[in-house]
Design a protein around this ligand. Structure first.
Ligand SMILES: Cc1cc2nc3c(=O)[nH]c(=O)nc-3n(C[C@H](O)[C@H](O)[C@H](O)COP(=O)(O)OP(=O)(O)OC[C@H]3O[C@@H](n4cnc5c(N)ncnc54)[C@H](O)[C@@H]3O)c2cc1C
Length: 511
């Protein structure tokens, strides 16, 4: 044990019972990862759960639904490529309910980063353990020479290895990620290749993201991640590998799904709740409620629920926000991309494009389609897209960048395409940390879950959504002294966190 391993997060409750001792009615609003994790933990402990989901499909931002190709062939469409990192301990535990050996997760051993003028970085073959992974990356990148390293702001760079759950937020939350990254004084092309893509991976533009959030993400994915940089992908569409099996599993535990049904508002009813449904006079009575929606929906539900009357909490909810839009373009080409293309590449400095995936190289349905037709299924993503940029401009840029990077696609005919431009990912703006909502609310029997919720350990995206759902269920079950789901995390602080308070003197040594 070197202190750099997954750790069990202190339990949100002290209960020891395996199941609720009496009938308990739970309503979970939102059928994304957060809501489904909460529904799982509640139903496994014996609560009677109803999941309300606005869409006709489960999964929210990681959801999938059936579309048809022009020839009538059905295919499963998703909100876009998702990477399942190895330190997503809670998400993996959720997936084990339906796939105990995690056989649907296949590793992508390399995911190069492509930049302008043929620049390329690879993350393959790095040591698993920090700081050796970072040192190896720095040593092998051609973009950093010794004299560049001597100019780097060492004190600022050490912050990356010194994440601390208290002092990093206290000292750096007011600053933005762009200023922090500029302060490192990396040469521009090294900064672009090593860091530009990082803030975007959380959908936020650098200048609109807290420097402390960026450092927390850096700790979670890199410096504090005991599992290495490898990530996995699902080998079949999300609907087949995740959502349908999970829905069947939960239905087997008695969970009722109300698809295409939105919660409108909440009212207090004695010790419990009444959840009014949108567009109908119907309401569901519940002992406990989890609000597991994305930010705009949470704000709307709270605004319509005057009985959620704690002024400070209402203000916190009102201050939650979404970041800039993202775009996903999935295209079915009539001919194959070159056989040596990577399943996934990150990109930087190439117009709006943040990554490109070639689906037949890792996903079964696309592979079968490609074998049958000789075509390719390609997906392009852009995150943190400025609002003034139009859909037509993004599409034109995607096409041009794709032709440029993978010239064989220039002659290909798109047989079918799907384009999504959405704005529903959470903002992590500077100076907002202290005020962010947590799983707990001031109201007994009501908890929040979602990838925007502040959790007491480093985490992000799908993993944060899942962990928050487990924690929300644990909080609510505590009323009946029921044992919560175990929740796991990477180490809570960085290797150098203990010396963080001496940084001023380090700055003197290495200004
Ligand atoms: C293009 C893209 C790529 C991504 N890539 C990655 C990745 O590689 N790795 C990663 O970890 N994460 C990735 N993410 C992020 C990940 O998808 C999210 O973090 C995660 O899915 C959020 O889950 P959630 O349950 O918190 O929210 P959501 O998935 O948004 O779920 C909220 C649910 O609530 C429902 N709802 C809203 N209002 C109501 C209402 N009033 N009544 C009933 N239901 C309601 C919504 O329909 C939705 O289903 C990506 C996201 C996108 C968009």
């Amino acid at each position: 044990m070197d202190g750099f391993e997954a750790r069990k997060v202190p339990s949100p409750g002290s209960g020891t019972r395996d199941r609720v001792p009496q009938p308990v009615r739970a309503v979970v609003v939102g059928g994304g990862l957060a809501g489904c994790a909460a529904a799982t933990a509640l139903a496994e402990r014996g609560a009677g759960v109803t999941v309300l989901e606005r869409n006709d499909y489960l999964g929210g931002r990681a959801g999938a639904w059936t579309e048809r190709l022009p020839d009538g062939q059905p295919f499963e469409m998703e909100r876009g490529f998702h990477a399942f990192f190895r330190q997503y301990y809670n998400l993996r535990n959720l997936l084990r309910r339906i796939d105990p050996g995690l056989h649907h997760l296949t590793p992508l051993l390399d995911y190069p980063l492509l930049g302008p003028h043929g620049a390329q970085e690879s993350f393959t073959g790095l040591p698993r353990r920090p700081p050796f992974n970072v040192l190896a990356l720095i040593r092998r990148t051609s973009r950093l020479r010794l004299r560049d390293l001597l100019r780097v702001n060492g004190a600022a760079a050490l912050e990356m290895a010194a994440y601390d759950p208290v002092t990093t937020w206290r000292d750096l939350d007011d600053g933005n990620a762009r200023d922090y990254l500029d302060s490192l004084r990396f040469p521009p092309d090294a900064r672009q290749m090593l860091f530009n893509v990082f803030a975007h991976s959380f959908f936020n533009p650098e200048e609109g993201m807290s420097a402390a959030d960026m450092l927390m993400m850096f700790h979670f994915y890199f410096m504090g991640n005991p599992e290495g940089l490898v990530f996995d992908v699902l080998d079949e569409p999300f609907s087949l590998a995740l959502w349908r099996p999970l829905q069947r599993y939960l239905a087997g535990l008695g969970v009722a799904f109300r698809m295409g049904t939105s919660a409108e508002r909440l009212e207090r009813r004695g010790d419990g709740w009444r959840v009014a449904l949108a567009g109908s006079a119907e309401a569901l009575e519940a002992d406990v409620v989890v609000l597991g929606t994305e930010v705009p929906a949470l704000r709307a539900i709270v605004a319509r629920s005057p009985q959620l009357d704690d002024p400070q909490w209402r203000r916190q909810v009102e201050r939650l926000d979404v970041t800039l839009p993202f775009a996903v373009w999935r295209v079915y080409l009539d001919r194959a991309v070159r056989h040596d293309r990577h399943p996934f590449v990150g990109t930087t400095g190439l117009g709006h494009v943040d990554n490109i995936s070639v689906y037949e190289l890792f996903e079964g349905e696309s592979r079968r389609w490609a074998l049958q037709t000789g075509g390719s299924v390609v997906e392009v993503h852009a995150y943190g897209v400025e609002e003034r940029v139009t859909e037509a401009e993004i599409r034109a840029d995607f096409l041009a960048q794709l032709h440029d990077l993978y010239p064989e696609t220039a002659a290909a005919k798109p047989l079918h395409e799907l384009f999504l431009l959405r704005r529903d990912c959470a903002s992590f703006a500077p100076g907002t940390y202290a005020d962010r909502t947590t799983v707990e609310t001031p109201f007994p029997g009501l908890a929040l879950a979602g990838d925007f919720v502040k959790l007491p350990f480093p985490t992000a995206l799908m993993e944060r959504a899942t962990a928050s759902g487990f924690l929300a269920a644990g909080r609510l079950l505590d009323r009946w002294q029921v044992r919560p789901e175990d929740v796991w995390s990477v180490p809570e602080r960085g290797l150098l966190a203990p010396i963080r308070h001496t940084f001023p003197s380090l700055r003197v040594l290495w200004p």
